[in-house]
Design a binder for this molecule. Structure first.
Ligand code: ZN
Length: 101
């Protein structure tokens, strides 16, 4: 799956993305995996997906209710992400498929 497709679907699923840097209001560039980097100061903002992904990277698999409490992300988004294997798709994308078609 192409990065662009993943990103587009992610946007549709999550509908929650940061629009400006919380530190300096600078423009954000999408870095992948739900993370956005400020072009001015380098501060990284996470969208809902990024927060959940970070939680799972740190803590391993957990029930959606636990993830909801930890990240503040609505459980229904988390469940969709888990059901649709978004995290697996992302892992593969980031580990080796980046830059390939
Ligand atoms: Zn900034």
């Amino acid at each position: 799956m192409l990065i662009e497709e993943i990103r587009r679907l992610e946007m549709k699923l999550m509908g929650q993305k940061p629009t400006a840097c919380s530190a300096c209001k600078g423009e954000l560039l999408y870095e992948g995996g739900g993370a956005y980097r400020c072009v001015k100061c380098g501060h990284v903002e996470l969208d809902a997906f990024g927060k959940v992904k970070k939680f799972l990277d740190t803590n391993g698999p957990a029930p959606s209710i636990v993830i909801e409490r930890a990240t503040g992300v609505n459980k229904k988004y988390i469940e969709r992400m888990l059901n649709e294997n978004w995290l697996e798709v992302y892992k593969h994308t980031e580990l080796g498929d980046q830059g390939k078609k």
